[in-house]
Design a protein around this ligand. Structure first.
Ligand code: HEM
Length: 128
């Protein structure tokens, strides 16, 4: 039943787009995360909207335009530590709270994102 997919519950493309906009505005104000990202986050936000759409059960927009996500490989140019994963997740949690998601939905989404975020870690905090 597609009306129960996280994609649908998030408000489909428009809901994800709004969440992602808030998320990157928080990322751009985060002193640990912002140095890793380009100044203009328009394209980054567009790709993340496409990715989260498919990650949460919606249309495979990211793969249609960019091919297989290979997210860990695409993050290898950036030194990502446990602290970055934690900061990334904190920004996402704040964005979700700002958009008043149902707590159950929020917990579910964050638990899935947590696995992906820690999977991106490629550097020890002590090596930064
Ligand atoms: C791209 C950082 C976690 C999805 C990027 C970029 C950076 C970055 C610096 C490149 C931005 C650009 O050049 O436009 C991080 C950090 C993370 C993290 C520090 C902390 C763990 C995640 C997670 C996801 C994700 C958990 C998915 C749920 C993406 C996507 C892109 C991206 C889809 C675009 C890839 C492309 O170039 O096509 N990330 N990221 N990231 N990130 Fe992350």
């Amino acid at each position: 039943d597609e009306t129960k997919s996280p994609y649908y519950l998030l408000g489909e493309r428009e809901g994800i787009q709004k969440l992602v906009t808030t998320f990157y505005s928080l990322v751009s104000q985060d002193s640990l995360l912002s140095p890793l990202f380009p100044k203009d986050l328009t394209e980054t936000a567009h790709k993340q909207t496409q990715f989260l759409s498919q990650f949460f059960g919606g249309p495979p927009l990211y793969t249609e335009e960019h091919g297989h996500p290979m997210l860990r490989a695409r993050h290898m140019p950036f030194p990502i530590t446990d602290s970055h994963a934690k900061a990334w997740l904190a920004c996402m949690e704040r964005a979700m709270t700002a958009h008043k998601l149902e707590p159950e939905l929020q917990n579910f989404l964050l638990s899935r994102l947590k696995m992906t975020a820690y999977h991106m870690v490629n550097t020890k905090d002590s090596e930064r």
